[in-house]
Design a protein around this ligand. Sequence first.
Ligand code: FUL
Ligand code: CA
Length: 485
Amino acid sequence: MKTNKLFLLAGLLIGALNVSFCQKKVAPPAPVLPVPSAAQLAWHDMEMNAFIHFTTNTFTGLEWGMGSESPSVFNPTQVDVNQWVSALKATGMKGIILTCKHHDGFCLWPSKYTDHTIKNSPYKNGNGDIVKELSDECKKQNVKFGVYLSPWDRNRADYGTPSYIEYYRNQLKELFNAYGPVFEMWFDGANGGTGYYGGANEKRSINGRTYYDWPKTLDLVRSMEPNVIFFSDAGPGVRWCGNEEGHVNTTNWNMITPDTLYAGKPNISSFLGTGSENGSHWIPAECDVSIRPGWFYHEAEDSKVRTPENLFELYLSSVGRGSLLLLNVPPDKRGMFHENDVKSLKGFRELLDKEFKTNLALNSKVTATNTRGKSNTYGAANLVDGKNDTYWATDDNVIESSIEVDLKKEQLVKYIVMKEYITLGQRVKSFSVEIKQGNNWVKVADGTTIGHKRIFKIDPKKTSKIRVTIKDARACPVLSEVEVY
Ligand code: FUL
Ligand code: CA
């Protein structure tokens, strides 16, 4: 009897040792290509950035200056970059992109390659440099700084000839050498043709595909800022979402095949808003939108500033669909954000904080129909640990799968948030979300893509259990978090 017990004990011990020491390490899912670069991943995590449009237009009332404006019209008397950055940072913006030069050609820094700059304006008696002021303030407040330098220039006499390209590149050198680090560079595709052009006052057509010789320009910028993210209609860092209203399609793939894209391609807008499941490159969509009807400040639009509720809707239709919200807030003639804009930003932040106050799923109990190699490394508990770098994954041959979140008691649920671990590629093609009502599962959402983050706003309902079912994916699903609010 005694010996038997001993044997049993020894057997149990050996068994336990076997489990802890000999369990085969389960390999992580292989990436599904293409995958984001480290800089793109950092861009995704920013979620909300700001745009600042400021030039002679602020004083002339135009949206697209002709290029004939005298620098003397640029006369802000109370420029307060501390107010800009403080207001944007408090809203949650992680980066700020400034129109250093818009289509009218006026430069907010004293470029040595043209007289059409701030040095010939009354601002600080010609000694001002708003690019420097803002980039310094961004550094001080730990907000990333980005640059918009319009390729189209309605002031330059040589626009349309090769010498303008040299001018444009010289200005990039000035900006990247003196004001960096620069996290994002915005290449605006707009070109209306007509302009002042040094007095020619005519329409000029350029071949958008060849004139700028972008590959060479991008190489130049990369030589100064290797990790910069390039925005343009089709990337190569991030793409335009196809509209200026702050939304991307509900199906939003982070991939496109840029070789098949060109400005003016039919339906390019809807295409950019959806991306493509089999796209060759990781080029996610960015949603640029203004807090006002125009990109520049106009007094007549003071009553038309977007409300906090509207900004919150934009957040749901951009960040909540796996994209990034680039919200423009233009300084007024004083050089300050108008009170109405500041108020809306504050209200927007309050709404975000109120609606996403407590993640009811955090550290709750979660079960999954399949767990990769039955290993805790890929267990469902990773979905509710509040960490974006831990994830639940299934076995390679298992795509259809579901997870169930147990909130333990009935709670009022308004939002369900899901995140894919996109470091290994974007996978999910089709899924649904159900909540338990009595003994029944009731479907509250049907979706296609998830990506960096997907937020579903549902009719508020009381429930204690939530089930997410993955119906189809490009490869085994890999989700980092499920949140419930
Ligand atoms: C557009 C421009 O034409 C607008 O003026 C603005 O700068 C917007 C962000 O991009 O294409
Ligand atoms: Ca996690």
